[in-house]
Design a protein around this ligand. Structure first.
Ligand SMILES: Cc1cc2nc3c(=O)[nH]c(=O)nc-3n(C[C@H](O)[C@H](O)[C@H](O)COP(=O)(O)OP(=O)(O)OC[C@H]3O[C@@H](n4cnc5c(N)ncnc54)[C@H](O)[C@@H]3O)c2cc1C
Length: 314
């Protein structure tokens, strides 16, 4: 352990990298440790990120953000933080066989979408082809007037089907268990807006020229685009280990300045309850970074040393 960081950022997706840009530009010592599983890396082409009128792929966007953070002196290290603790004055963290200490920590560890059971090569190819999608807020526009299926059950599946109905008249809810997952009010609601309901479970996914095909209880089906709504796993165990407050879903609770219930510990991005969008993750990270800067300055004023001047040669 060589130096004490002003902030350790755990997670190098859009939230963590935005925070790194801000913190480095406040002349603070910041390291980002990233396990390399950003949800943004799965985006074939996003068309709702401000400033990219022709769209941008997730990997390209992350590459630009990393370049921007490093240009101002942020360090970005690959690794998965497996332990986060708190000593008398500093946080301590371990990843691989490295130990670091930091005055503050920002958790920007994101979530992972649960996938339907399908071979990972089929999954990845379907995602790249725009046949499998996870986020109608992100890309509902792209399925305008297409044949769309939602795989899910209960409230969540119904809400997603209703949301997508604003983009296309052809929406089918594949009730993941079976249609009895839905109560009569839900079935009536779906029927009244023309959403078909088909019994699951689903199996045997394969990608064709014309869409994503799979088997349901009643036989083979095929859709232009399929949205699974099977929930997500929230990466909040490090927050839980420090006894920060979590929601019932496991998201980190924060105040309006992104402070968790534990002093010096902050959260931003998908791991915090919110819109689960890049613009939102970046906004929260900017707020978190500025709060971190101001909290550090409240403990001890952040004063820059006078610039060393070159001695003029006579
Ligand atoms: C297919 C798809 C398409 C999408 N399209 C869009 C879109 O068009 N527009 C949009 O706004 N949003 C889109 N999203 C959502 C967007 O990707 C997320 O909202 C965004 O990536 C959240 O950023 P984040 O930094 O909070 O989390 P993430 O980007 O998920 O990054 C979290 C990072 O933390 C790392 N991590 C986790 N635990 C640890 C640990 N213990 N130690 C170190 N690192 C750790 C992870 O490996 C990961 O790299 C899409 C998502 C998907 C899946």
């Amino acid at each position: 352990m060589t130096e004490i960081l002003d902030c350790l950022v755990i997670g190098g997706g859009p939230a963590g990298l935005t925070a790194a840009v801000y913190l480095a530009r406040y002349h603070l010592r910041v390291t980002v440790v990233d396990a390399g599983g950003s949800r943004a890396a799965l985006i074939p082409c996003s068309r709702n990120i401000p400033g990219f009128p022709d769209g941008v792929s997730g990997p390209e966007f992350l590459h630009r953000m990393r370049r921007q953070a490093e240009a101002y002196g942020a360090h970005i290290e690959p690794g998965r933080v497996h332990r986060l603790g708190r000593g008398e004055r500093f946080f301590t963290a371990e990843y691989d066989d490295v130990a670091v200490a930091a005055k503050t920590v920002l958790l920007a560890t994101g979530v992972t979408n649960r996938r339907p059971e399908m071979a990972s090569d089929v999954h990845d190819a379907a995602l790249q082809a725009g046949r499998l999608r996870y986020c109608p807020v992100c890309d509902g526009f792209e399925v305008t007037d297409q044949r769309v299926a939602v795989i899910g059950s209960g409230d969540h599946g119904v809400r997603e089907a209703v949301f997508l109905r604003a983009f296309t008249a052809d929406v089918t809810l594949i009730a993941n268990g079976d249609r009895h997952d839905l109560d009569s009010a839900q079935r009536q609601q779906l029927e009244s807006i023309g959403v078909a309901v088909v019994d699951g479970p689903v199996a045997n996914f394969h990608l064709t020229e014309a869409g994503l095909a799979f088997d349901c209880a009643g036989g083979a089906v095929r859709f232009d685009a399929v949205y699974p709504t099977l929930g997500s796993d929230v990466h909040s165990p490090l927050a839980a280990a420090l006894e920060a407050d979590l929601t019932a879903e496991g998201c980190i609770k924060v105040d309006a300045h992104q402070r968790t219930s534990q002093p010096g510990l902050f959260g931003a991005g998908d791991v915090v309850i919110g819109l689960d969008q890049i613009s939102h993750a970046c906004g929260e990270a900017g707020v978190a970074a500025t709060t971190i800067r101001n909290d550090l300055a409240a403990d001890r004023p952040l004063l820059r040393s006078p610039r060393r001047r070159a001695i003029p040669l006579s």
